[in-house]
Design a protein around this ligand. Structure first.
Ligand code: ADP
Ligand code: MG
Length: 230
């Protein structure tokens, strides 16, 4: 059963009078429980694609279906529900709230998800424990290492039990060893919890090793899976 399907998806940016085609005619289908990597050079449209799948941005043309439902037909409240409960996002720069502790960052996401106040601290603890962060509950982002910040961001992305985790170069700011740990964590979430993962990465070798499928983007288009040129 497919969880995400895009048909002929296109997105242009307008810079002054110049049109920049960030995505052109993207057709992808992602099955429930898949771990898919998206690779491509900087500027190839990877973030644009992920943001559209995450409901943060809209295509100019084409459609995106979640569990068979067209996102274009979602009411504002349905789109907000989709962004909060169906997808979780993580980024290269973690995007944590600096003045909040690890527990505070997770609790805030739980607030958006509508979890009653009395359950938020315990749920935050359990989420942080599940990513190996139970020893840093009251640390603020600046008191954490890069890998630890990304673990907190992953816990936050999982707060409202999303079915899909969208990861935009999640190891882009991490050293090799820490990158491997974060990739292993994502892999275990996929295998053990069945979370569908769509991960953007520069690292073709890792992508080929860990994911079910690698989608290659070049100049806003998918290039043949058999063609290794990037
Ligand atoms: N807000 C924007 N305004 C104008 N051009 C943009 C904007 N965001 C991205 N682009 C351009 O669209 C293309 C795709 O960008 P992006 O999706 O961020 O690529 P990637 O994530 O693969 O590096 C690039 O050429 C980029 O310069
Ligand atoms: Mg990008």
């Amino acid at each position: 059963m497919e969880i995400i399907k895009t048909t002929n998806l296109s997105r242009k940016y307008l810079k002054g009078t110049i049109e920049i085609p960030a995505l052109s005619g993207i057709n992808i289908t992602i099955q429930h429980g898949e771990f898919v990597s998206i690779v491509g050079k900087s500027g190839s449209g990877k973030s644009t694609l992920l943001n559209i799948i995450g409901g943060l941005d809209k295509p100019d043309n084409g459609n995106i279906f979640y569990d068979g439902k067209d996102l274009a037909h979602f009411k504002r409240s349905e789109l907000a529900f989709y962004r909060c409960h169906e997808v979780g996002m993580i980024f290269q720069s973690f995007n944590l709230i600096h003045h909040l502790t690890a527990v505070g960052n997770i609790s805030l996401a739980l607030t958006f998800g509508g979890l009653p106040k009395k359950l938020r601290v315990d749920t935050s603890y359990n989420l942080l424990k599940s990513v190996g962060m139970e020893h840093r509950l009251n640390h603020k982002p600046k008191e954490l290492s890069g890998g630890e910040m990304q673990r907190v961001a992953i816990a936050r992305a999982l707060a409202n039990n999303p079915k899909i985790l969208l990861a935009d170069e999640p190891t882009g700011n991490l050293d090799t060893t820490t990158s491997k740990e974060i990739i292993l964590l994502l892999q275990s979430l996929n295998k053990e919890k069945g979370v569908t993962i769509i991960m953007v990465t520069h690292d073709l070798e890792t992508a080929q090793k860990i994911s079910n499928r690698v989608i290659k983007l070049k100049d806003g288009q998918i290039i043949d899976g058999l063609n290794n040129e990037l």
